[in-house]
Ligand binder design. Sequence first.
Ligand code: AMP
Length: 256
Amino acid sequence: MSSTKLRILVPVKRVIDFAIKPRINKAQTGVETKGVKFSINPFCDIALEESVRIKENSKDLVEKIHAVSIGPSKAKDVLRTALAKGADTSTLVDVGEQEVEPLQVAKMLKKLVERENSNLVILGKQAIDDDSNQTGQILAGLLKWPQATNAFKVELDGESVAVTREVDEGVETVKAKLPLIITTDLRLNEPRYASLQNIMKAKKKPLETLKAADLGIEIENRLETLKVEEPPARSAGVKVETVDELISKLKELKAI
Ligand code: AMP
């Protein structure tokens, strides 16, 4: 196996906890965030888990796992979780409460990839708050690196990485040389919980804070959210007793 060391960058986004049912805010401009629990985006958790497993399974191969979050100062929490689960170092790009679109996120990640000299970036396939599914792809474009999206399995072989991807018809395996962008799908792995001991240890690991301007980026969003609405309430269903009754009901509704 080649001796190329891996310097893995894992972007982790702070989002409303996946178990919480989102409510639209009064102004209908987005989801209500007051008094709501936030956590690490589940697909980012999977990306982090995969990085840690790569490190654990081939200790000498991984030089460093660097976690990055772009968000408010509270996003330090998700970075501390990432450090407790196995990241070595971390950066918060503190943008306050400002929304940041995937292009801007990718531009900042590019700067950090260059600074950290990363040769593998593992991101979630999407953030569950904006469902953009764009950041990894844009980053690959900006860096001019190959990308393997929706990873189901990741296998390292020296300079090459084989990624099995979930596609509509089943799975597809692609191979690319480092440096590489990978985005993770749901079934890649099951993330671990951070132990109390590791949470305590993580407090001593590096967590630096930057501003977008420190990376030479001026955040300019291009989209304006006009309105966010709840899906229409479903009307009550009708129970039928027999198949004949079902057929006549469907005919009545002109469904058949
Ligand atoms: P998206 O393109 O917004 O659906 O996000 C896809 C992935 O990009 C996420 O799973 C993260 O790995 C990364 N990402 C997006 N936004 C951020 C952010 N603000 N901070 C850190 N990582 C992010």
